[in-house]
Design a binder for this molecule. Structure first.
Ligand code: BGC
Length: 764
């Protein structure tokens, strides 16, 4: 019997090539057109059984991980398993309870959002998060995580900015690369997204973004390029939007010429869920996989091949890209996942990362860390009790818990005022229930309004308590952008309450601390002066309250810095006039007239003072940055800079040194300065010194010249500035480039349909 079955197996193996045993070309040669068309379209559980002609049993797969965003099709005949794809950037997003059985749960760790991770300015922290997170991906039976999101913070109202990292492509790309390296060290894949220029949610599936080739190359492609070349993600997700008239998923120049030919990407490209319109064009562009997939897409591809609008060669190439990744996947390796990742250990990683990325924005008269004599705290603000771990939509996580700020304070030994606590919790519960009851079916309920304490309550608390703490909470997510009036700005009631709290507490000689529990930049004009200290906690994941208490108490010294500017006024934002496009109300097109002048590149070049500049962040100690030395006064391939950082204060802390370069602007207009390198010190004890080293290559200094599609480093004098922020430069040095260098010649692609009338910085 045993002999017979092994003979049968041998015959089977000989007649039907098997993935992993036979070369991929052989497996592809054995595939029918239907099988190929099935593999390049995701397997949706909504797909009717036997959807293919003749009732072929291909592409069948069981629901392996409930709540995962998608699956690829299995073709058991050829030994091709299905892969599981799951969101998202802040933690694994799957169903936590299956079949009503709450004795076995599938919760995932909520890590801090991307904007906080970027604010650490420490890729090693982000990689550590990635390693823990990737373990959950693997142990929950997932093959590919649909993250990170690396889109540039072009405008603060983008509803998904919290998922993304920065306004600067070097920070965004470096952090995303570290994240991918961490996740993929577990033997699972990532999907860096959304390629490209998915910089707004308003009409995201139809908006046509008109972008110059230079802005693409210097900002919106550079972020992806850095991440992809540093970390080799298994997959890339194209975006929903069009760029320069064509859906990104349908652009051969983007997905094949740039991504594969120029950057050497070897994985596969998938659409965003339901992205694009023309599946034939997507296949021909090199968008290998259509997600989440439907039988009519498979049929369309079969028919396109039969009618020669997709060549078999193209289809085979797309199939090969997918099979190469399947070979590496845990599903292919039949990894026996436990469904029991170490959530306790990962909560520790989440809390630590959160403390590395929180930013101390203001700290008058050393209000923070909280004076040890302070015990009773009047804790205002809904978000103090319902602290926001992360944003909404596919970037949300089904976490087991969120430690509220009030809970975190109690855990740290403080006493949040119980009366305030009870009344705010009750108010939020009642109001949310009322709003839900009044919301029509299938509509999102409106956000719960802030509970505004009465003046008499505030006065009472100023007598009873030692300190006032107010949390300002803001949330947003996939599908819509933030509203300027109600989300970016504080509402009149909120501002009035802050004023009243400041008035009452200051009258009694007591301090007011404000914590910002937000996913994106907000307006700070009308209330900033009322606070003695402001901690930007972002959306810090499930350990939120504990991590915030770590900062407020001084257990951890803040070392985060802004990776995105807080402008003085929304109208100062260079894209404010063009966002989210025209016609107003229901835009179809958005023209990036600000060109390369996004974030600090704009504020610095046009001398606009921000509220808090790029790279800004305070500490409980002070640092000196001195002794900037260059390896040479002339660039010879690379130049190395060293700088000494000394902790000149009383407590241990970490400093981030940022290297900005002012390049000669004779051949083309250039930003006043651009970030070229950065480094964070270890924890320096009082008086301790560390030397940081930075290396810059000729290519790092180049600008993109559209005529000729070339990156050029001009001859001339380069000013190198080492600072604690983009506007707190402590050391400068200069070096020369003796002759102009063309560092790279690219394909002349992604042309806008008409010349973009772009902003240009004044000549210096
Ligand atoms: C989002 C992606 C996400 C996908 C799967 C889309 O709507 O834009 O970021 O990965 O859904 O959930």
């Amino acid at each position: 019997m045993a002999l017979l079955s092994s003979l049968v197996l041998q015959v089977h193996a000989q007649s039907v090539p098997q993935l992993g045993h036979d070369p991929i070309e052989k497996v592809i040669a054995a595939m029918t057109l239907e099988e190929k068309a099935t593999l390049v379209v995701g397997y949706s559980h909504r797909r009717p059984q036997n959807a293919l002609p003749g009732g072929a049993m291909i592409g069948q797969t069981e629901v392996k991980v409930p709540g995962a965003a998608g699956n690829t099709a299995a073709i058991p005949r050829l030994g091709i398993p299905s892969m599981v794809l799951s969101d998202g950037p802040a933690g694994v997003r799957i169903q936590p309870i299956r079949k009503g059985d709450s004795t076995h749960t599938y919760y995932a760790t909520a890590f801090p959002v991307g904007t906080l991770l970027a604010s650490t300015w420490d890729p090693s922290v982000v990689e550590t998060v990635g390693r823990a997170f990737g373990n959950e991906v693997k142990e929950y039976g997932i093959d590919i995580l649909l993250a990170p999101g690396v889109n540039i913070h072009r405008n603060p109202l983008n509803g998904r900015n919290f998922e993304y990292y920065s306004e600067d492509p070097l920070i965004a790309g470096t952090m995303a690369g570290a994240f991918i390296n961490g996740i993929q060290s577990n033997g699972v894949g990532t999907s860096i997204k959304h390629f490209d220029a998915n910089n707004q949610e308003t009409n995201r599936t139809s908006i046509n973004e008109i972008i110059s080739q230079r802005a693409f190359r210097e900002l919106y492609l550079k972020n992806f390029r850095i991440a992809i070349t540093n970390s080799h993600p298994w997959t890339v997700m194209s975006s929903y939007n069009k760029v320069n008239n064509t859906y990104t998923a349908e652009r051969h120049d983007l997905i094949t010429t740039i991504l594969r030919d120029e950057w050497g990407f070897k994985g596969f490209v998938m659409t965003d869920w339901g992205g694009g319109r023309d599946w034939t064009a997507e296949m021909n562009a090199g968008n290998d996989l259509i997600m989440p997939g439907s039988p009519n897409q498979t049929q369309a591809i079969i028919s396109a091949v039969k009618h020669d609008s997709i060549s078999m060669k193209m289809l085979d190439l797309n199939v090969a890209h997918i099979l190469n990744i399947i070979l590496k996947s845990p599903s292919f390796k039949k990894y026996a996942y436990s469904n029991q990742p170490d959530l306790k250990a990962h909560a520790v990683v989440s809390r630590k990362a959160a403390t590395e990325g929180m930013i101390l924005l203001k700290n008058d008269q050393q209000t923070l860390p909280i004076n040890p004599a302070v015990k009773k705290i009047a804790v205002f603000g809904n978000a103090s009790y319902f602290t926001i771990a992360g944003g909404t939509g596919s970037g949300d996580v089904n976490k087991a818990y969120v430690i509220s700020l009030a809970q975190g304070l109690s855990n740290a030994g403080y006493q949040p005022d119980p009366e305030l606590q009870n009344s705010i919790i009750q108010f939020v519960k009642d109001t949310t229930a009322k709003i839900k009851a009044a919301t029509p079916k299938y509509h999102w309920p409106a956000p719960t309004p802030e509970m505004i304490a009465s003046n008499s309550v505030i006065a009472q608390k100023a007598t009873d308590c030692d300190l006032a703490l107010i949390t300002i909470g803001r949330n947003a997510g996939e599908g819509s952008d933030r509203n300027l009036e109600t989300n970016y700005n504080l509402l009149p009631g909120e501002k009035q309450e802050i004023k009243e709290i400041a008035h009452s507490f200051h009258a009694k000689g007591k301090k007011v601390v404000i914590v910002l529990n937000i996913g994106g930049v907000i307006d700070m004009n009308d209330w900033k002066d009322n606070a003695d200290a402001i901690l930007l906690a972002w959306q810090p994941g499930e350990e939120a309250g504990n991590a915030i208490a770590d900062m407020l108490s001084g257990k951890v010294n803040p070392s985060g810095k802004l990776a995105t500017t807080f402008p003085m006024h929304y109208d100062d934002v260079p894209s404010a006039k063009y966002f989210p496009g025209t016609p107003a109300g229901n835009p179809t097109e958005v023209i990036y007239k600000e060109g390369i002048y996004v974030g600090y590149r704009y504020y610095d070049s046009f001398k606009i003072k921000p509220m808090y500049e790029f790279g800004y962040g305070l500490s409980y100690t002070t640092f000196s940055i001195s002794g900037l030395k260059l390896s040479s006064t002339v660039l010879k391939g690379t130049i190395t800079a060293t700088v000494k950082v000394k902790n000149t204060g009383k407590v241990a802390g970490k400093e981030v040194v940022q290297l900005y370069v002012t390049a000669p602007d004779k051949s083309i207009d250039k930003p006043l300065q651009e970030l070229k390198a950065f480094s964070k010190t270890k924890l320096l004890q009082s008086g301790e010194v560390q030397t940081l080293t930075f290396t810059i290559k000729a290519a790092d200094l180049a600008s993109y010249h559209t005529d000729g599609a070339e990156w050029i480093t001009d001859a001339g004098k380069y000013l190198l500035k080492a600072g604690a922020s983009s506007r707190d430069i402590r050391q400068t040095a200069s070096f020369g480039v003796t002759k102009t260098i063309v560092t790279e010649k690219d394909h002349n692609v992604l042309k806008p349909p008409f010349p973009v009338d772009e902003l240009k910085a004044p000549a210096r």
